[in-house]
Write a protein that binds this ligand. Sequence first.
Ligand SMILES: Cc1ncc(COP(=O)(O)O)c(C=O)c1O
Length: 397
Amino acid sequence: MNQLELSDKYLMQTYPRRTLWFTHGKGIYLYDCQGNEYLDCISGIGVNVLGHSHPEWCGVVNEQLHRLVHTSNLYLIPPQLQLARKLIELTFPGKVFFTNSGTESIEGALKIARKYSRLKYNSKRWEIISFDNSFHGRTLGSLSVTGREKYRNPFNPLIPGVNFARFNDIQSVTSLINENTCAIIVEPVQGEGGIIPANKSFLKELSQICEQNDIILIFDEIQCGFGRPGSWYACQDYEVIPDIILSAKGLGNGLPIGAIIANEKVQDVFQPGDHAHTFGGNPLSSTGSLATIHIMEQYEILQHIREIAGLFRNELEHLSKKYSFIKEVRSRGVMIGIELTPDRSAAEVVAKVREKNVLIGTCGENSLRLLPPFIIKKNEVECLISRLDAVFENLKK
Ligand SMILES: Cc1ncc(COP(=O)(O)O)c(C=O)c1O
């Protein structure tokens, strides 16, 4: 059987039919079995932050692979301890719990918020406020706080006590708060929803409300954090410090790892027996994550992201002036959304861009999504823009 037949016969068809696969990658390029080279500007949906086969990263991970892969959290894991310390140094005083994915980070945070509030207040204080258009993952808890009905509805009933406010509308939040509200969960930049940044004043007010009412403020930075905005976490740009930051995706540069970074207020809510993962932060994924951070520090990659983000903004502004079907370009660092007018289909544009050997994605109602690796260079951005330009030029016809 060929790959397509194997896929059709043995995989649950949870994605639109895929026809492309890759044999290897190098830097920001992926290669298919015929040797065709693709400019990867989606990075495994915001994951391969150092691109593919980064030599130093591979060296460190390879060494760990041959020494020790997994022991479980029944024992201390030295690279995990180093990683926890590093994440705390990069954020705020507190403690870390490691997971394997974004959605598991969400689940753990919801449990922390509920346990904190029920212990401190009453057994009814378990309501959560989330936002329209948000995306937090596919497990039942994460789905329950995801603000897009198309994802939630097929799986109802989900966990009760979740209310949805309007993103960037503080009035809509205050009108939902009551004595049973235990947590507010928000993406500082909505990713799946269309790359929509929160307003600074909105997040500041949200944080004040949470502080006044002892509500746990959770920032889902699974897509918008870990360097992508040009700072370690988006909350640092916004100058708003939540109680919990959730991380995953780029954190392991491709190895599955997520983190719940909790401040001193909630760091000790979980007691032995409350929560666990078999794999979370195992020796291999922790080593991979630590190596990613070290490389980002050594090569001043955050500074590079800020510079490259400026180039992206200028170039895309130019394109948006040139093509009337570009409704809006929104970005935060190297997290970029290009919204198209409703008469164009983002999915069709992505397919046309792929014919030019460039990989990008979609998001929101009708936006193109670019999540390039952080190591993308100036000439690669220019190459990407010229290929987009060529596709857009043809769309005019
Ligand atoms: C903001 C956000 N939260 C949570 C998730 C879920 O992460 P995962 O797919 O690793 O479970 C995603 C995934 O796209 C995300 O973008």
